[in-house]
Design a protein around this ligand. Sequence first.
Ligand code: ATP
Length: 362
Amino acid sequence: MEIQIENLCKRYTSGGNTINALDEVNLTIPANQIFTLLGPSGCGKTTLLRCIVGLESPDSGEIRIGGETVWSGKDNIYVPPEKRGLGMVFQSYAIWPHMTVFENVAYPLQTRKTDRNVIREKVAKTLAFVQLEGFEDRPATKLSGGQQQRVALARALVAEPKVILFDEPLSNLDAKLREETRKDLRVFLTELGITAVYVTHDRIEALALSDSIAIMDKGRIIEKGTPKDIYFRSEHHFVADFIGRTNLIDAVVTAQEPSATIVDCALGSLRCAPLPRTNPGDKVVLSLRPEFLRFSDSDKDGPTNRISGRIDSLVFIGEALEGEVLVNDTSLFVKVPPDSELKEGDPISITVSPANCLLLTK
Ligand code: ATP
């Protein structure tokens, strides 16, 4: 079910200061996708989620779920949360400790006075779906964190919501379990084919889980796209920096060619991926991701940029050697294969293809 958000504003006043938690948010969340709201702490993600659920009242704008208006400032419409047909999973699993797994999952159906046989059938089906068959009689507290989170998911799914919303649901799990649960969640949600709106400030989680991501900052949507679009073809300085570690270097356009934009920067003259609508003399920012920097002289991939420098520092972190290369006075963050013999002080030649030299407007 598609969610449409139009010109949504929400202001908070606290200690005499006004905060624009949502500042003219316009967003369409496509049906049957895992859609993530990603951004730094305080950017407005939770406020937007709470407005969709109906736990928060916006100041102005409109929210439609599956074509039905659930909130409108101008038409004075407010549909309460329980009538919006949504399921929600929070950061704290909020499962009831005094109940068994079965009782926890059955609860939303019991409050609707559903027939006992139907409840038994639906709970069994949902528990099988989240792979908790056989756990029905276990007290909810006698489960691992990942299993408790799956109980919370089952409880949100059992009433067959049209849309499911998640607010940082994995942040209480340890790193390994978070990774496993993230993978399971993607499988569950894709299989279910329902609309899922997911809030996180964890970029890896967003990249791994989502069909689409919207990046938020200061109450606004800055950019949206598939994980690969956001990572490889971000248009904004803020997004490129937030979504993964990158080298951002001021540059000036010197020429436009059909297949490349040429720039001058502290690393020299570089051929970059074309940035349309820029002219010689325009100031831009070059984004060079460490994973695209190569340390051999191979020309196999066609025309390439060559940058010479010296290794300033290298630290072994297991999966790689991370460090910095000094090019003139500019420091480049690099990642080198962990078995490399390179060491501090070594001269180094870096190659990077034009397609991987991304230009952003300033
Ligand atoms: P986090 O990732 O830290 O949860 P967030 O992106 O979800 O952050 P929100 O919780 O939506 O951010 O908050 C957006 C802004 O609104 C923040 O500046 C926050 O301090 C402010 N805010 C949120 N709720 C209230 C409130 N009830 N009263 C006053 N200010 C609030």
